[in-house]
Design a protein around this ligand. Sequence first.
Ligand SMILES: Nc1ncnc2c1ncn2[C@@H]1O[C@H](COP(=O)(O)OP(=O)(O)OP(=O)(O)O)[C@@H](O)[C@H]1O
Length: 254
Amino acid sequence: MYLVVEKLSKQFGGILAVQNVDFTIEKGKINAIIGPNGAGKSTFFNLISGVYKPTSGRILFKGKDITRLPANKIAELGVARTFQTTHLFENSSVFENVVVGHRLRTKSNLFDAIFRTKREIMEEEQAKEKALEVLQFVGLTRLADRKVANISQEEKKRVAFALALATEPEIVFLDEPTAGINPDETEGLSELIIKMARQGITICLIEHKIKMIMSLADKIMVLNYGEKIAEGTPEEINRNEKVIKAYLGGSASA
Ligand SMILES: Nc1ncnc2c1ncn2[C@@H]1O[C@H](COP(=O)(O)OP(=O)(O)OP(=O)(O)O)[C@@H](O)[C@H]1O
């Protein structure tokens, strides 16, 4: 078993944002989580990546209990989360933004940085090489020196992907990767997600665009009011009565 979530719950005051959810993320696959607004999707992501601690339940990654590990330790194990494009440094270049991602994997400390030790210089070089490699992977080499403030929304999303890839992850969590971009651009980003999966990176994404999910995902979990109401292949989800009623409003092709 790769990443296993057991009876996970998170309560905020009186709100049960995630209730008793069991879920398995399959290695090398595109796993998706869908559900109406407020269903608990972001909370679920934040629990797995260690941003929130669960009220109860367990998360196991490759057999290791990561439930109570801090977010940086979870990231070091190879679990990466993309953040909204608003987390990028607008006044820095695309390249500089991505270099930061790789620093998670390096060992230099403040002493190394101040005294420019050999280790610092070597690791800085490695971070730069990695940044160039991931920028090429996401198709942004030509924009490496452009300020983030001056690139399109879709390009910013690619920078956010590159940032996650620079940490050399095993699993990438994508939170609404195509929100706020047009259908053509959505298509381009879907292709990039498939390319990541083909490289052996496990994908887990939250998305509102049902059509896109149906063609992209290998496996889908549906949350409603914090509870898992269905799990299965796109075909299974498409004809699941509970899902149609709760989420698709009677039209599975919405
Ligand atoms: N930090 C928090 N403090 C209090 N309540 C929260 C917090 N985060 C989420 N909630 C509540 O938990 C519930 C689930 O929210 P969550 O953001 O996880 O849903 P979601 O499915 O991601 O929604 P959306 O699709 O709108 O992003 C909501 O009722 C929300 O108001």
